[in-house]
Design a protein around this ligand. Structure first.
Ligand SMILES: Cc1cc2nc3c(=O)[nH]c(=O)nc-3n(C[C@H](O)[C@H](O)[C@H](O)COP(=O)(O)OP(=O)(O)OC[C@H]3O[C@@H](n4cnc5c(N)ncnc54)[C@H](O)[C@@H]3O)c2cc1C
Length: 469
Protein backbone atom coordinates (compact mmCIF):
# COMPACT_ATOMS: atom_id res chain seq x y z
CA UNK A 1 0.00 0.00 0.00
CA UNK A 2 1.23 3.48 -0.86
CA UNK A 3 0.48 5.89 1.99
CA UNK A 4 1.09 9.65 2.10
CA UNK A 5 1.33 11.20 5.57
CA UNK A 6 0.71 14.96 5.78
CA UNK A 7 2.95 16.20 8.61
CA UNK A 8 6.14 14.73 10.05
CA UNK A 9 5.50 15.68 13.68
CA UNK A 10 5.25 13.23 16.53
CA UNK A 11 2.10 11.46 15.36
CA UNK A 12 2.96 11.51 11.64
CA UNK A 13 6.50 10.20 12.10
CA UNK A 14 5.35 7.49 14.52
CA UNK A 15 2.66 6.45 12.04
CA UNK A 16 5.27 6.25 9.28
CA UNK A 17 7.52 4.06 11.44
CA UNK A 18 4.70 1.71 12.42
CA UNK A 19 3.23 1.46 8.93
CA UNK A 20 6.60 0.89 7.24
CA UNK A 21 7.38 -1.87 9.75
CA UNK A 22 4.04 -3.34 8.77
CA UNK A 23 5.16 -3.52 5.12
CA UNK A 24 3.64 -0.32 3.71
CA UNK A 25 5.39 2.27 1.51
CA UNK A 26 5.11 5.60 3.31
CA UNK A 27 5.90 9.12 2.13
CA UNK A 28 5.96 11.77 4.84
CA UNK A 29 5.51 15.34 3.63
CA UNK A 30 6.30 18.20 5.99
CA UNK A 31 6.15 21.85 5.12
CA UNK A 32 9.08 22.69 7.41
CA UNK A 33 12.30 22.78 5.43
CA UNK A 34 15.15 21.87 7.70
CA UNK A 35 16.47 18.60 9.15
CA UNK A 36 17.16 17.94 12.82
CA UNK A 37 20.92 18.14 12.15
CA UNK A 38 23.56 16.30 14.14
CA UNK A 39 22.95 15.62 17.81
CA UNK A 40 20.69 16.93 20.54
CA UNK A 41 22.13 20.43 20.84
CA UNK A 42 21.84 21.14 17.13
CA UNK A 43 18.20 19.97 17.20
CA UNK A 44 17.49 22.19 20.21
CA UNK A 45 19.36 25.29 19.05
CA UNK A 46 19.12 25.30 15.28
CA UNK A 47 16.29 23.17 14.01
CA UNK A 48 13.59 25.55 12.74
CA UNK A 49 10.04 24.18 12.97
CA UNK A 50 7.64 27.05 12.28
CA UNK A 51 4.99 24.40 11.55
CA UNK A 52 4.86 23.51 15.26
CA UNK A 53 4.32 26.56 17.49
CA UNK A 54 5.03 24.61 20.66
CA UNK A 55 8.26 23.08 19.29
CA UNK A 56 10.54 24.49 22.03
CA UNK A 57 7.96 24.32 24.80
CA UNK A 58 8.38 21.69 27.52
CA UNK A 59 7.09 18.23 26.63
CA UNK A 60 6.95 15.10 28.73
CA UNK A 61 6.55 11.79 26.94
CA UNK A 62 4.34 9.78 29.30
CA UNK A 63 5.22 6.18 30.19
CA UNK A 64 2.49 4.80 27.89
CA UNK A 65 4.19 6.41 24.88
CA UNK A 66 7.59 5.14 25.99
CA UNK A 67 6.22 1.61 26.34
CA UNK A 68 4.60 1.83 22.91
CA UNK A 69 7.88 2.86 21.32
CA UNK A 70 9.86 0.25 23.25
CA UNK A 71 7.50 -2.51 22.11
CA UNK A 72 6.93 -1.40 18.53
CA UNK A 73 9.93 0.68 17.43
CA UNK A 74 12.83 -0.19 19.77
CA UNK A 75 15.29 1.50 17.36
CA UNK A 76 13.62 4.84 18.17
CA UNK A 77 14.19 4.23 21.88
CA UNK A 78 17.85 3.38 21.20
CA UNK A 79 18.16 6.54 19.10
CA UNK A 80 16.62 8.64 21.88
CA UNK A 81 19.06 7.18 24.39
CA UNK A 82 21.96 7.78 22.01
CA UNK A 83 20.88 11.43 21.82
CA UNK A 84 21.02 11.67 25.61
CA UNK A 85 17.45 11.03 26.78
CA UNK A 86 17.45 10.06 30.44
CA UNK A 87 15.34 7.46 32.25
CA UNK A 88 12.78 9.14 34.45
CA UNK A 89 10.31 7.53 36.84
CA UNK A 90 7.09 9.50 37.29
CA UNK A 91 6.69 8.46 40.95
CA UNK A 92 10.32 8.81 42.03
CA UNK A 93 9.65 12.07 43.91
CA UNK A 94 7.01 10.38 46.07
CA UNK A 95 8.79 7.20 47.18
CA UNK A 96 10.39 8.85 50.22
CA UNK A 97 7.09 10.15 51.59
CA UNK A 98 6.19 8.26 54.79
CA UNK A 99 2.67 7.50 53.51
CA UNK A 100 4.04 5.92 50.32
CA UNK A 101 6.79 3.77 51.79
CA UNK A 102 9.17 3.30 48.88
CA UNK A 103 9.33 1.82 45.43
CA UNK A 104 7.55 -1.45 44.70
CA UNK A 105 8.06 -4.20 42.18
CA UNK A 106 6.13 -3.20 39.06
CA UNK A 107 6.86 0.50 39.45
CA UNK A 108 9.14 0.31 36.41
CA UNK A 109 5.92 0.83 34.46
CA UNK A 110 6.17 4.49 35.51
CA UNK A 111 9.52 4.83 33.71
CA UNK A 112 9.84 6.97 30.62
CA UNK A 113 12.58 8.77 28.71
CA UNK A 114 13.01 12.47 29.36
CA UNK A 115 14.17 14.67 26.50
CA UNK A 116 13.44 18.10 25.06
CA UNK A 117 10.86 17.91 22.30
CA UNK A 118 13.29 18.73 19.45
CA UNK A 119 15.39 15.79 20.66
CA UNK A 120 12.38 13.44 20.68
CA UNK A 121 11.52 14.57 17.15
CA UNK A 122 15.15 14.20 16.04
CA UNK A 123 15.18 10.62 17.34
CA UNK A 124 12.02 9.74 15.40
CA UNK A 125 13.32 11.51 12.28
CA UNK A 126 16.72 9.78 12.44
CA UNK A 127 15.02 6.41 12.91
CA UNK A 128 12.69 7.07 9.97
CA UNK A 129 15.67 7.99 7.79
CA UNK A 130 17.15 4.53 8.43
CA UNK A 131 13.87 2.59 8.00
CA UNK A 132 13.16 0.84 4.70
CA UNK A 133 9.84 1.87 3.16
CA UNK A 134 9.86 5.48 4.45
CA UNK A 135 10.61 8.56 2.38
CA UNK A 136 10.65 11.82 4.32
CA UNK A 137 10.35 14.96 2.21
CA UNK A 138 10.86 18.14 4.21
CA UNK A 139 10.00 21.52 2.74
CA UNK A 140 6.96 20.07 0.92
CA UNK A 141 3.72 21.81 1.92
CA UNK A 142 0.47 20.09 1.00
CA UNK A 143 -1.85 22.65 -0.59
CA UNK A 144 -4.80 20.47 -1.57
CA UNK A 145 -6.21 17.00 -1.99
CA UNK A 146 -6.60 14.98 -5.19
CA UNK A 147 -9.93 13.23 -5.58
CA UNK A 148 -11.82 10.95 -7.94
CA UNK A 149 -14.10 13.89 -8.71
CA UNK A 150 -17.10 12.35 -6.94
CA UNK A 151 -19.57 15.13 -6.14
CA UNK A 152 -20.88 13.43 -3.01
CA UNK A 153 -18.43 11.96 -0.56
CA UNK A 154 -15.36 12.17 -2.83
CA UNK A 155 -12.60 9.61 -2.60
CA UNK A 156 -9.20 11.17 -1.83
CA UNK A 157 -6.60 9.79 -4.23
CA UNK A 158 -3.54 11.78 -3.20
CA UNK A 159 -2.29 15.28 -2.47
CA UNK A 160 -1.24 18.37 -4.38
CA UNK A 161 1.76 20.27 -3.09
CA UNK A 162 2.23 24.03 -2.94
CA UNK A 163 4.74 23.65 -5.80
CA UNK A 164 2.08 22.06 -8.00
CA UNK A 165 3.25 18.46 -7.73
CA UNK A 166 0.58 15.74 -7.61
CA UNK A 167 1.39 12.75 -5.41
CA UNK A 168 -0.95 9.77 -5.69
CA UNK A 169 -1.75 7.61 -2.67
CA UNK A 170 -3.90 4.61 -1.76
CA UNK A 171 -4.47 6.32 1.57
CA UNK A 172 -3.73 9.82 2.88
CA UNK A 173 -3.10 10.26 6.61
CA UNK A 174 -3.72 13.72 8.01
CA UNK A 175 -1.14 14.28 10.76
CA UNK A 176 -0.98 18.02 10.17
CA UNK A 177 -1.34 18.96 13.83
CA UNK A 178 -3.65 21.37 15.64
CA UNK A 179 -3.81 23.74 12.64
CA UNK A 180 -4.25 21.02 10.05
CA UNK A 181 -5.68 22.53 6.86
CA UNK A 182 -7.35 19.27 5.82
CA UNK A 183 -10.92 20.20 6.84
CA UNK A 184 -10.79 23.14 4.40
CA UNK A 185 -9.15 20.99 1.73
CA UNK A 186 -11.96 18.45 2.02
CA UNK A 187 -14.55 21.15 1.43
CA UNK A 188 -12.49 22.34 -1.57
CA UNK A 189 -12.92 18.93 -3.25
CA UNK A 190 -16.66 18.97 -2.61
CA UNK A 191 -16.94 17.09 0.68
CA UNK A 192 -19.29 18.16 3.44
CA UNK A 193 -17.64 20.03 6.31
CA UNK A 194 -16.23 17.76 9.02
CA UNK A 195 -17.70 18.25 12.49
CA UNK A 196 -15.43 20.58 14.41
CA UNK A 197 -16.00 21.09 18.13
CA UNK A 198 -14.01 23.85 19.69
CA UNK A 199 -13.91 25.55 23.08
CA UNK A 200 -13.51 29.29 22.67
CA UNK A 201 -11.63 29.64 25.91
CA UNK A 202 -8.37 28.07 26.87
CA UNK A 203 -5.14 28.34 28.74
CA UNK A 204 -1.87 30.17 28.36
CA UNK A 205 1.48 28.53 29.10
CA UNK A 206 4.47 30.41 30.46
CA UNK A 207 7.50 28.12 30.60
CA UNK A 208 11.18 28.42 31.17
CA UNK A 209 14.04 25.99 30.52
CA UNK A 210 17.06 25.57 32.79
CA UNK A 211 20.30 23.61 32.73
CA UNK A 212 22.79 22.53 35.38
CA UNK A 213 26.50 22.78 34.63
CA UNK A 214 27.19 19.18 35.73
CA UNK A 215 24.19 17.31 34.26
CA UNK A 216 22.46 16.99 37.65
CA UNK A 217 18.73 17.59 38.01
CA UNK A 218 16.66 19.36 40.69
CA UNK A 219 15.05 17.02 43.20
CA UNK A 220 11.88 15.57 41.73
CA UNK A 221 8.63 16.95 43.12
CA UNK A 222 6.22 14.35 44.60
CA UNK A 223 4.03 14.56 41.50
CA UNK A 224 4.93 16.63 38.41
CA UNK A 225 1.63 18.54 38.16
CA UNK A 226 0.09 20.72 40.85
CA UNK A 227 -3.10 22.80 40.60
CA UNK A 228 -3.29 25.89 42.77
CA UNK A 229 -5.56 28.90 43.00
CA UNK A 230 -5.61 30.39 39.43
CA UNK A 231 -2.45 28.58 38.30
CA UNK A 232 -1.18 25.06 37.54
CA UNK A 233 2.51 24.15 37.56
CA UNK A 234 4.28 21.26 35.93
CA UNK A 235 7.88 20.11 36.14
CA UNK A 236 9.29 18.67 32.92
CA UNK A 237 12.65 16.86 32.92
CA UNK A 238 14.76 16.93 29.76
CA UNK A 239 17.99 15.43 28.41
CA UNK A 240 21.57 16.53 29.11
CA UNK A 241 20.89 18.19 32.47
CA UNK A 242 18.02 20.33 31.18
CA UNK A 243 14.53 20.75 32.59
CA UNK A 244 11.62 23.15 32.47
CA UNK A 245 8.99 24.51 34.77
CA UNK A 246 5.72 25.36 33.04
CA UNK A 247 3.01 27.61 34.48
CA UNK A 248 -0.51 27.38 33.04
CA UNK A 249 -3.20 30.02 33.57
CA UNK A 250 -6.62 30.73 32.08
CA UNK A 251 -6.32 32.80 28.91
CA UNK A 252 -9.07 35.11 30.14
CA UNK A 253 -7.23 35.80 33.41
CA UNK A 254 -5.68 38.99 32.07
CA UNK A 255 -3.90 40.00 35.28
CA UNK A 256 -1.68 36.93 35.04
CA UNK A 257 -0.34 37.82 31.61
CA UNK A 258 2.45 39.68 33.40
CA UNK A 259 3.98 36.19 33.78
CA UNK A 260 5.67 36.78 30.44
CA UNK A 261 8.20 39.01 32.24
CA UNK A 262 11.07 36.82 33.51
CA UNK A 263 11.33 38.61 36.88
CA UNK A 264 7.60 38.24 37.51
CA UNK A 265 7.72 34.61 36.40
CA UNK A 266 10.63 33.84 38.76
CA UNK A 267 8.91 35.50 41.69
CA UNK A 268 5.69 33.58 41.09
CA UNK A 269 7.49 30.25 40.66
CA UNK A 270 9.16 30.83 44.04
CA UNK A 271 5.74 30.85 45.75
CA UNK A 272 5.14 27.10 45.31
CA UNK A 273 7.39 25.11 47.65
CA UNK A 274 7.06 21.68 45.93
CA UNK A 275 8.38 23.10 42.66
CA UNK A 276 10.12 26.40 43.41
CA UNK A 277 13.58 24.82 43.26
CA UNK A 278 12.98 23.92 39.60
CA UNK A 279 13.27 27.66 38.91
CA UNK A 280 16.40 28.34 40.94
CA UNK A 281 18.59 25.24 40.50
CA UNK A 282 20.95 25.73 37.53
CA UNK A 283 20.80 28.58 35.02
CA UNK A 284 17.95 29.59 32.70
CA UNK A 285 18.66 28.73 29.06
CA UNK A 286 15.56 30.46 27.70
CA UNK A 287 13.47 33.48 28.50
CA UNK A 288 9.82 32.89 29.38
CA UNK A 289 8.26 30.93 26.51
CA UNK A 290 4.64 31.99 26.14
CA UNK A 291 2.03 30.03 24.22
CA UNK A 292 -1.61 30.82 23.58
CA UNK A 293 -4.34 29.33 21.42
CA UNK A 294 -4.42 26.02 23.26
CA UNK A 295 -8.16 25.39 23.25
CA UNK A 296 -9.48 21.83 23.08
CA UNK A 297 -10.51 21.02 19.52
CA UNK A 298 -12.02 17.91 17.98
CA UNK A 299 -12.49 17.19 14.28
CA UNK A 300 -14.47 14.27 12.97
CA UNK A 301 -14.84 13.31 9.33
CA UNK A 302 -17.69 10.91 10.03
CA UNK A 303 -20.87 12.98 9.99
CA UNK A 304 -24.33 11.47 10.49
CA UNK A 305 -22.90 7.97 10.29
CA UNK A 306 -20.98 8.40 7.03
CA UNK A 307 -17.49 9.73 6.20
CA UNK A 308 -17.57 13.08 4.34
CA UNK A 309 -14.82 11.63 2.15
CA UNK A 310 -12.92 8.35 1.95
CA UNK A 311 -9.25 7.56 1.47
CA UNK A 312 -8.21 9.96 4.22
CA UNK A 313 -7.91 9.47 8.00
CA UNK A 314 -6.80 11.96 10.67
CA UNK A 315 -4.55 11.22 13.62
CA UNK A 316 -2.97 13.08 16.54
CA UNK A 317 -3.73 16.75 17.04
CA UNK A 318 -5.33 16.88 13.58
CA UNK A 319 -8.07 14.71 15.15
CA UNK A 320 -8.18 16.27 18.62
CA UNK A 321 -6.09 18.42 20.91
CA UNK A 322 -6.07 18.08 24.67
CA UNK A 323 -5.10 20.50 27.40
CA UNK A 324 -1.27 20.47 27.42
CA UNK A 325 -1.23 20.83 31.21
CA UNK A 326 -1.68 17.05 31.36
CA UNK A 327 1.09 16.27 28.85
CA UNK A 328 -1.00 13.75 26.95
CA UNK A 329 -0.65 14.91 23.32
CA UNK A 330 2.39 12.81 22.35
CA UNK A 331 0.90 9.71 23.92
CA UNK A 332 -2.47 10.31 22.27
CA UNK A 333 -0.78 10.86 18.89
CA UNK A 334 1.44 7.78 19.13
CA UNK A 335 -1.46 5.61 20.37
CA UNK A 336 -3.54 6.92 17.50
CA UNK A 337 -0.79 5.98 15.04
CA UNK A 338 -0.77 2.45 16.49
CA UNK A 339 -4.55 2.26 16.23
CA UNK A 340 -4.29 3.31 12.58
CA UNK A 341 -1.82 0.52 11.86
CA UNK A 342 -4.01 -2.04 13.60
CA UNK A 343 -7.27 -0.97 11.94
CA UNK A 344 -5.53 -0.94 8.55
CA UNK A 345 -4.20 -4.44 9.14
CA UNK A 346 -7.68 -5.61 10.09
CA UNK A 347 -9.69 -3.80 7.38
CA UNK A 348 -7.29 -3.16 4.49
CA UNK A 349 -8.36 -0.61 1.89
CA UNK A 350 -10.77 -2.78 -0.10
CA UNK A 351 -13.79 -1.00 1.37
CA UNK A 352 -12.83 2.59 2.19
CA UNK A 353 -16.20 3.43 3.75
CA UNK A 354 -15.82 0.54 6.14
CA UNK A 355 -12.25 1.57 6.92
CA UNK A 356 -13.28 5.15 7.73
CA UNK A 357 -16.17 4.02 9.93
CA UNK A 358 -14.11 1.41 11.77
CA UNK A 359 -11.27 3.88 12.38
CA UNK A 360 -13.71 6.52 13.60
CA UNK A 361 -15.38 4.04 15.93
CA UNK A 362 -12.04 2.77 17.28
CA UNK A 363 -10.74 6.33 17.72
CA UNK A 364 -13.79 7.61 19.54
CA UNK A 365 -14.04 4.57 21.80
CA UNK A 366 -10.37 4.35 22.79
CA UNK A 367 -9.06 7.94 22.66
CA UNK A 368 -12.37 9.82 22.79
CA UNK A 369 -12.87 9.40 26.56
CA UNK A 370 -9.46 10.97 27.32
CA UNK A 371 -10.30 13.94 25.08
CA UNK A 372 -13.74 14.30 26.70
CA UNK A 373 -12.29 14.08 30.20
CA UNK A 374 -9.73 16.84 29.67
CA UNK A 375 -12.24 19.04 27.83
CA UNK A 376 -14.64 18.65 30.78
CA UNK A 377 -11.83 19.38 33.23
CA UNK A 378 -10.98 22.56 31.27
CA UNK A 379 -14.51 23.91 31.61
CA UNK A 380 -14.58 23.32 35.36
CA UNK A 381 -11.11 24.74 35.83
CA UNK A 382 -11.97 27.87 33.87
CA UNK A 383 -15.17 28.33 35.89
CA UNK A 384 -13.18 27.80 39.07
CA UNK A 385 -10.73 30.52 37.98
CA UNK A 386 -13.63 32.86 37.14
CA UNK A 387 -14.88 32.27 40.69
CA UNK A 388 -11.47 32.97 42.11
CA UNK A 389 -11.21 36.26 40.20
CA UNK A 390 -14.64 37.23 41.55
CA UNK A 391 -13.74 36.07 45.07
CA UNK A 392 -16.30 33.24 45.03
CA UNK A 393 -15.78 29.55 45.78
CA UNK A 394 -16.59 27.37 42.77
CA UNK A 395 -19.46 24.99 43.35
CA UNK A 396 -20.75 22.26 41.10
CA UNK A 397 -22.58 19.00 41.61
CA UNK A 398 -20.58 17.21 38.89
CA UNK A 399 -19.47 13.99 40.61
CA UNK A 400 -16.52 13.47 38.24
CA UNK A 401 -15.06 16.87 39.03
CA UNK A 402 -15.56 16.32 42.77
CA UNK A 403 -13.84 12.93 42.59
CA UNK A 404 -10.94 14.45 40.67
CA UNK A 405 -10.60 17.15 43.32
CA UNK A 406 -10.65 14.48 46.02
CA UNK A 407 -8.02 12.47 44.15
CA UNK A 408 -5.75 15.52 43.96
CA UNK A 409 -5.90 15.79 47.75
CA UNK A 410 -5.50 12.06 48.36
CA UNK A 411 -2.86 11.10 45.80
CA UNK A 412 0.18 11.35 48.07
CA UNK A 413 -1.51 9.88 51.13
CA UNK A 414 -1.67 6.19 50.22
CA UNK A 415 0.48 3.89 48.07
CA UNK A 416 -2.47 2.33 46.23
CA UNK A 417 -4.11 5.69 45.56
CA UNK A 418 -0.81 7.08 44.27
CA UNK A 419 -0.40 4.15 41.89
CA UNK A 420 -3.99 4.45 40.68
CA UNK A 421 -3.36 8.16 40.10
CA UNK A 422 0.03 7.43 38.48
CA UNK A 423 -1.45 4.83 36.13
CA UNK A 424 -4.09 7.27 34.91
CA UNK A 425 -1.67 10.23 34.72
CA UNK A 426 0.81 8.06 32.75
CA UNK A 427 -2.04 6.97 30.42
CA UNK A 428 -1.44 3.33 31.33
CA UNK A 429 -4.96 2.71 32.67
CA UNK A 430 -8.37 4.28 32.24
CA UNK A 431 -9.77 6.19 35.24
CA UNK A 432 -12.62 3.65 35.47
CA UNK A 433 -10.23 0.70 35.76
CA UNK A 434 -7.94 2.47 38.22
CA UNK A 435 -10.83 3.50 40.46
CA UNK A 436 -12.33 0.00 40.32
CA UNK A 437 -9.35 -1.40 42.25
CA UNK A 438 -10.47 -2.69 45.66
CA UNK A 439 -10.61 0.00 48.33
CA UNK A 440 -9.25 2.84 46.19
CA UNK A 441 -12.37 5.04 46.09
CA UNK A 442 -13.03 4.56 49.83
CA UNK A 443 -9.46 5.52 50.62
CA UNK A 444 -9.68 8.62 48.37
CA UNK A 445 -12.85 9.76 50.14
CA UNK A 446 -11.30 9.12 53.56
CA UNK A 447 -8.09 11.02 52.77
CA UNK A 448 -9.87 13.86 50.99
CA UNK A 449 -12.03 14.38 54.09
CA UNK A 450 -9.06 16.04 55.75
CA UNK A 451 -9.22 18.77 53.09
CA UNK A 452 -6.45 20.22 50.95
CA UNK A 453 -3.46 21.94 52.50
CA UNK A 454 -4.00 25.53 51.39
CA UNK A 455 -1.42 26.80 48.91
CA UNK A 456 -0.70 30.41 47.97
CA UNK A 457 -3.90 32.39 47.45
CA UNK A 458 -4.75 34.43 44.38
CA UNK A 459 -4.00 37.57 46.40
CA UNK A 460 -0.48 36.28 47.15
CA UNK A 461 -0.03 35.33 43.51
CA UNK A 462 -1.02 38.81 42.34
CA UNK A 463 1.16 40.44 44.98
CA UNK A 464 4.16 38.43 43.75
CA UNK A 465 3.43 39.48 40.18
CA UNK A 466 3.15 43.18 41.10
CA UNK A 467 6.21 43.05 43.31
CA UNK A 468 8.26 42.13 40.30
CA UNK A 469 7.29 45.15 38.27
C1 LIG B 1 2.55 24.51 25.16
C2 LIG B 1 2.32 23.05 24.86
C3 LIG B 1 2.91 22.09 25.67
C4 LIG B 1 2.69 20.74 25.42
N1 LIG B 1 3.25 19.83 26.26
C5 LIG B 1 3.06 18.51 26.02
C6 LIG B 1 3.65 17.53 26.86
O1 LIG B 1 4.31 17.85 27.87
N2 LIG B 1 3.46 16.23 26.54
C7 LIG B 1 2.70 15.84 25.49
O2 LIG B 1 2.55 14.65 25.26
N3 LIG B 1 2.13 16.75 24.68
C8 LIG B 1 2.29 18.06 24.92
N4 LIG B 1 1.71 18.98 24.08
C9 LIG B 1 0.92 18.49 22.94
C10 LIG B 1 1.81 18.12 21.77
O3 LIG B 1 2.63 19.21 21.41
C11 LIG B 1 0.95 17.72 20.58
O4 LIG B 1 -0.07 16.87 21.01
C12 LIG B 1 1.77 17.03 19.50
O5 LIG B 1 2.69 17.91 18.93
C13 LIG B 1 0.85 16.50 18.41
O6 LIG B 1 1.62 15.87 17.42
P1 LIG B 1 1.11 15.84 15.91
O7 LIG B 1 2.11 15.06 15.16
O8 LIG B 1 -0.31 15.45 15.88
O9 LIG B 1 1.15 17.36 15.45
P2 LIG B 1 2.42 18.32 15.31
O10 LIG B 1 3.49 17.88 16.20
O11 LIG B 1 1.89 19.70 15.46
O12 LIG B 1 2.92 18.09 13.82
C14 LIG B 1 2.17 18.54 12.71
C15 LIG B 1 3.11 18.59 11.53
O13 LIG B 1 2.36 18.83 10.35
C16 LIG B 1 3.08 19.70 9.52
N5 LIG B 1 2.13 20.32 8.59
C17 LIG B 1 1.06 21.09 8.92
N6 LIG B 1 0.42 21.47 7.80
C18 LIG B 1 1.09 20.92 6.76
C19 LIG B 1 0.91 20.96 5.35
N7 LIG B 1 -0.09 21.65 4.78
N8 LIG B 1 1.79 20.29 4.58
C20 LIG B 1 2.81 19.61 5.13
N9 LIG B 1 3.02 19.56 6.46
C21 LIG B 1 2.17 20.20 7.25
C22 LIG B 1 3.75 20.67 10.49
O14 LIG B 1 4.89 21.29 9.91
C23 LIG B 1 4.13 19.71 11.63
O15 LIG B 1 5.41 19.17 11.45
C24 LIG B 1 1.89 20.33 24.33
C25 LIG B 1 1.29 21.29 23.52
C26 LIG B 1 1.48 22.64 23.79
C27 LIG B 1 0.79 23.64 22.93
Amino acid sequence: MNIVVIGGGLAGMTAALLLARSGEQVTVLDRDVTNPGEGAEEAWEQWQRPGVNQFRHPHIMLPAAYQLLAAEVPEAVAELQALGAATHNMLAGAYDLPAIGGRLEGDERFDTLAARRPVIEAALGNTAAKTAGITVRRGVAVAGLLSDGGAIRPRVTGVRTRDGESIAADLVVDAGGRNSPVATMLVDIGAATPVITRHDTGFLAYSRYFRSPDGSMPAQSPWPLEHHDSISLTTVPGDAGTWALALFVAARDRELRALSEPAAWQRVAALYPEMAHWSTYGEPITGVLAMSGMEARHRRIVVDGLPVATGILSIGDAWATTDPTFGMGITMGMSHALLLRDVLREQGIGDLDKLALRFDEATESTLGPAYEATAAWDLHRLAQTDGSIAGLAYETDDQDWMLRQALEIAKLGDPDVLRAFGDVGSMLTSPEDALARPGVVDRIIELAGAGATPGPSRAELLAALKGAR
